[in-house]
Ligand binder design. Structure first.
Ligand SMILES: Cc1cc2nc3c(=O)[nH]c(=O)nc-3n(C[C@H](O)[C@H](O)[C@H](O)COP(=O)(O)OP(=O)(O)OC[C@H]3O[C@@H](n4cnc5c(N)ncnc54)[C@H](O)[C@@H]3O)c2cc1C
Length: 370
């Protein structure tokens, strides 16, 4: 999110310094790894509008960086039932289709047998909402592309540089940046903080934030069973139907996508152990992992549930899973992306750049005061 904001500000000719505490390509936060789902199945007009904008901005970033970032392999949502909760797909598929109508984003319903015929590596027992204008977006490559293009437009990107103190005045902020043990103070007319899991630590006593819960999420890559479906995989979301017995071991909705060369990534959504980002174990909680393997055995005949590689990553979630995109004085905050922010990244960058330059405010659902 910070890298996307640096790009958006540099495009406007602003003087930008991006400070990142770790090295390029680090795996300490929420944006590392090969892919994230680019899922369009939202029913809220705010999010749908942000997604439509994001698609255009991702393509602009691809053109500016020369990198392939969006991979529209299609995405299936399934598992509708009376016991669906309030996961990422927070509305009925009919409401999603209604929200997408007229936006140019295509979607269609498939019968479970039709879907299984197309993707024999997956099992379906409900109707399936398929969108060909969805799929996956490259994570590490996107962060690198954003920083590369921002730098080409004059932004300065400093890695291994940690903000250790922030002093906020009415019209500026002084930030102490530590690099190799040496601290230098930078004065900024406008300060954007997108510190992910560290937001509360960095800003908590300076700005009134909504509750932000940091969890250590533990998806896994499961090896493909080439005989069953090969690499014909859409990205997917499988809603948890709490009323069905077959789902009694589920922790939450399930999401996933194929990562060529690594297998099929599968994960529970927002159920990781609450964690301190500076004291992570990077180890999977074994009971959840066992349940994830059982899910793979029950619903993904195209993968081997015994052959897997664990992933560790952080979610920073708000109670409503709505993002925080707001400004107080000279400080703009982008936080609480609640495990579903990546697809929106360039639009979030545009919104934070608007806020940082005293421009438009985003819809109230993103306000600090909620
Ligand atoms: C397992 C997993 C699966 C996901 N799947 C999806 C998906 O399929 N689709 C989707 O849309 N989204 C998904 N997401 C969510 C998405 O990845 C996040 O919303 C997004 O990456 C958040 O970006 P961020 O910039 O806020 O956080 P981060 O990338 O964590 O960035 C925060 C940065 O701030 C830096 N920082 C912190 N403190 C300081 C300091 N004091 N000084 C300097 N720098 C500092 C950190 O080093 C870090 O690089 C997933 C997330 C996870 C963890």
């Amino acid at each position: 999110m910070g890298s996307a904001t640096a790009w958006a500000l540099a495009r406007r000719g602003r003087e930008v310094l991006l400070a990142e505490r770790f090295e390029p390509g680090h795996a300490m936060g929420a944006s590392h790894g090969e892919f994230r789902n680019f899922n369009v199945a939202y029913s809220e007009p705010d999010y749908v509008a942000m997604l439509v904008e994001a698609r255009c901005l991702w393509e602009e970033l691809e053109a500016a960086s020369g990198a392939e970032l969006l991979d529209l392999v299609g995405l299936v949502n399934h598992g509708e039932g009376p016991g669906n909760g309030d996961g990422e797909s927070r509305a009925s598929f009919d409401a999603v289709r209604a929200a997408l109508a007229g936006t140019g984003v295509r979607s269609e319903f498939l019968r479970p047998e039709e879907a299984h015929e197309r993707w024999p590596g997956m099992r379906f027992d409900t109707r399936v909402l398929f969108s060909p204008d969805s799929g996956r977006v490259r994570a590490d490559a996107s962060v690198a592309a954003l920083q590369q293009v921002a730098t080409s437009l004059g932004a300065e990107v400093r890695h291994a540089t940690r903000a250790v103190d922030i002093r906020v005045a009415d019209d500026h902020a002084d930030v102490d940046l530590e690099t190799d043990g040496r601290v230098a103070t930078v004065r900024a007319r406008s300060l954007v903080v997108t510190a992910g899991a560290w937001t509360e630590k960095l800003l908590g006593d300076r700005i009134r934030l909504p509750r932000l819960v940091v969890t250590q999420e533990q998806p896994a890559h499961f090896a493909l069973r080439p005989a069953l479906g090969g690499d014909a995989w859409p990205s997917f979301n499988h809603l948890h139907d709490r009323s069905s017995e077959s789902g009694d071991y589920w922790y939450s909705d399930v999401y996933g996508m194929l990562t060529p060369g690594e297998g099929v990534k599968v994960g529970w959504h927002g159920t990781g152990l609450v964690t301190d980002p500076d004291a992570r174990t990077f180890e999977s909680e074994p009971v959840q992992l066992e349940a994830l393997r059982r899910y793979a055995a029950d619903w993904l005949p195209g993968v081997d549930p015994d052959d897997f590689a664990e992933i560790s990553c952080t979610y920073t979630s708000t109670d409503t899973t709505d993002f925080v995109l707001d400004r107080v004085g000279p400080v703009t905050v982008g936080a609480g992306f609640s495990g579903h922010g990546f697809k929106f990244t360039p639009t979030v960058g545009r919104i934070l750049a608007d806020l940082a330059t005293a421009g438009d405010r985003p819809p109230s659902r993103f306000a600090l005061a909620r």
